[in-house]
Write a new protein. Structure first.
Length: 245
């Protein structure tokens, strides 16, 4: 049993599939390749050197490039972190701005600001593609700030006068004079309304006097005249009798 346990302890550690990678080691920053063959030393020094060189080569490689399997170690975590940062930067770029350079730019502030300015400038431009032609149109924002300075505005005279008066700074004397003028205008308007009302009443009386009588009014008038005529005849007869006596 002790021998079996020793044999089990002597078993070599199994590396993940694809480790160590075949072929020559990549040079620093991924610019070339090493001509030395990959051999694994029994003392493990070659494996440590391979991991170190793989880590250095991984600094300048994009996620699409093959990298050495480093195992579940601190170096592998750092390499994966750099790969995620590079991949996030690649996805943050707009379509058509991706590049496949061996090493990503160290400072992306200038690139991001330039792309933001380009996008802001191209936001107001719309491309219309039809069967006959291709047109580039500028979007209409509709804000008054972007309107031309020579644009004309049409308003009625009352609004113009109101705006002019509102733009003036009046003194107390001017305010009092305006109040007096307003009172005079109101009194004149009331006098005109009263005169107009009296004139309308006078015209109404003339109209009723000159209007034609209806049949009922004519009949009532004739009846009144008949009664008056009878009364006058009786008065005359009585006067004649008194004279004969």
């Amino acid at each position: 049993r002790n021998q079996k346990k020793k044999k089990k302890k002597k078993k070599k550690k199994k590396f993940p599939r694809g480790f160590p990678p075949e072929g020559p080691l990549p040079a620093r920053n991924g610019t070339g390749a090493s001509s030395s063959p990959r051999t694994c030393a029994s003392d493990g020094s070659e494996g440590i050197d391979r991991r170190r060189r793989g880590r250095e080569a991984g600094n300048g490689m994009l996620p699409a490039e093959p990298q050495a399997q480093l195992g579940n170690t601190k170096d592998r975590k750092e390499s994966l972190k750099r790969a995620r940062e590079t991949l996030g930067y690649a996805f943050s770029l707009p379509l058509g701005h991706h590049h496949l350079s061996p090493s990503p730019p160290v400072d992306h502030a200038d690139e991001v600001s330039r792309l933001a300015a380009t996008d802001a400038a191209s936001e107001n431009v719309i491309s219309v593609v039809t069967r006959d032609n291709i047109r580039t149109l500028k979007a209409h924002t509709g804000s008054a700030a972007n309107a031309a300075k020579s644009a004309a505005v049409l308003i009625n005279p009352k609004d113009l006068e109101r705006v002019r008066n509102a733009a003036k700074v009046l003194t107390p004397d001017d305010i009092q004079a305006q109040a007096v003028q307003l009172a005079r205008e109101r009194a004149a308007a009331a006098e005109q309304s009263r005169a107009r009302k009296l004139k309308m009443e006078e015209l109404e009386l003339k109209r009723t006097a000159n209007a034609k009588l209806s049949e009922a009014e004519i009949e009532a008038k004739n009846q009144n005249n008949c009664l008056l005529a009878k009364a006058m005849m009786q008065i005359e007869e009585e006067e004649d009798e008194i004279k004969h006596m």
